[in-house]
Ligand binder design. Sequence first.
Ligand SMILES: Cc1ncc(C[n+]2csc(CCOP(=O)(O)OP(=O)(O)O)c2C)c(N)n1
Ligand SMILES: [Mg+2]
Length: 561
Amino acid sequence: MAKKKPAKTSASPVPMISAEAVVATLIGHGLDTVYALPGVQNDHLFEALFKFSDRLRTVHTRHEQGAAYMALGAALATSKPQAYAVVPGPGLLNSSTALLTAYSMNAPVLGLIGQIPDADIGRGLGHLHEIRDQAGIIERLVDYHALIRKPEDASRATALALRAMRSGRPGPAVLECAIDVWGRSAAVTLQPPLPVAAPEIDSSAIRRAAKLLGAAKRPMIVCGGGAQDCSAEVTALSAMLQAPVLGYRRGRGVLDSRDPLSVTLPLGRELWGEADVVLAVGTRLLIQMRQWGIDRDLKIVRIDADAKEHARLHRPSVALTGNAKPLLRRLLDELPAHNSKRTSRKAEMAERQAAWRKRLDKIAPQLAFLEAIRAELPEHGIFVDEVTQIGFAARLAFPVYKPRTFLSPGYQDPLGWGFATALGAQCARPDVPVISISGDGGFLFTATEMATAIQHRIPLVTVVFNDNAFGNVRRIQQERFGNRLIASDLTNPDFVKFAESFGAAAERARGPEELRRALRRAFVRRDGPTLIEVPVGPLPSPWEFIHTAESRIAMPALKPS
Ligand SMILES: Cc1ncc(C[n+]2csc(CCOP(=O)(O)OP(=O)(O)O)c2C)c(N)n1
Ligand SMILES: [Mg+2]
């Protein structure tokens, strides 16, 4: 999308309604799209969206879940704040899974949620879409929430929400506004973006971290979602320390997979067992600490935007709080003075990677499909993961070359997030191809958003791996519950005909070679969506590579400080 000028921020008050103040403030903060589904409580908001439609695009969806997931996908693909707008009650609840997922992924998504008439909030009169304690429900989902009570407050409330989404630990925020307040007019001063306070960098902690890492014999770096904007810094640190960089799911792509020091599971587990100092960047370290264990020989240097995160499970040797990028830069400046002489580990790592790649042959059918996708998806193309067999394998073995090109849900792992999230990623990044992979189960969660893809000409390529089952559940029932199959077989539509009935391009690909050829055709089609159905049989289990045992002697978790 062409860059548009931000809206002028008025120094002197101008008469406008609350909805106009909110929309103008979004534009003033650089937002260019709102994902939305209208309804009577938000009529004035949509009137304002109409008025500003030359500067803010409204992409309407077929279900509120789709709108919120699209905002999430746009936020993950760009790292910029994104907004969605829905009615109260059912609209809010329909969007709540995506909001929950945005929270668990620290993604800057702003929900604009309607309300019943201002004077009646909390009175239980049974207004259309009224829900008990809507603010209380929202407060359980996001860290920042406000109710706009009058037009004079609307712009500042919006700027405060957008600042909260970028401050400290990033994440979603919600603004509520009542049906009558959206349309109320007053003299409004538009609020320009508010500065985000950065915590001061603790130089002595940086020095301690540099000394620990510099003296380490087997340093290792673990990246989570909080490292996605620090690719250059992590790459430089990895080279300086000859430290392998583990990224699983949210940390993938921070260090290019083509670098032999870039690892995922299960080699990461092996390396965790050998490490003497770990630098953890924007990750909860849950798998490492809970599954792989921690002992006295392992020192941890932790970088996290949230001070509360450091010692939830284990007190680190050095805790650095704040945005990872400036902290890593300071560490890069300090490290050469303390770093040991390092010999290259590239050959050793390449050999170990190859050995693990052989063992991963157990999931060769999934890997063959991933190879076909990687061969056709350009370097900057975005892969959106799902809770499906090909997705589990992708988290382990799909080569990722750039940050923010592998979107994998956080710990919610909500089945059905993929298709709509990918639509949002493609909307926000029309300059690169985006591919969504789903199982037949997950795809049908938001498949009706195919209408959105057609209406807004979103050129997303969607691959549905169809085994006519909640395959993951079915395999567990077969292997661990004596083949007592229940609620895991699925009766599906013809996915090709389904997509075609919306007006999408669609084809069926049998096997990796056909998939590759179908993808080649699909990625050049930029005027609308493509669906490729890939029929598959039962696929081998990836779980032995994910649910692994300890690689260190586990110590009981320390009490949080
Ligand atoms: C919201 C939600 N509901 C249920 C689950 C549990 N679950 C995990 S995988 C799965 C089956 C997935 O089926 P499908 O999308 O067809 O993928 P397959 O395993 O067959 O490849 C289910 C039901 C979940 N992760 N999220
Ligand atoms: Mg399936």
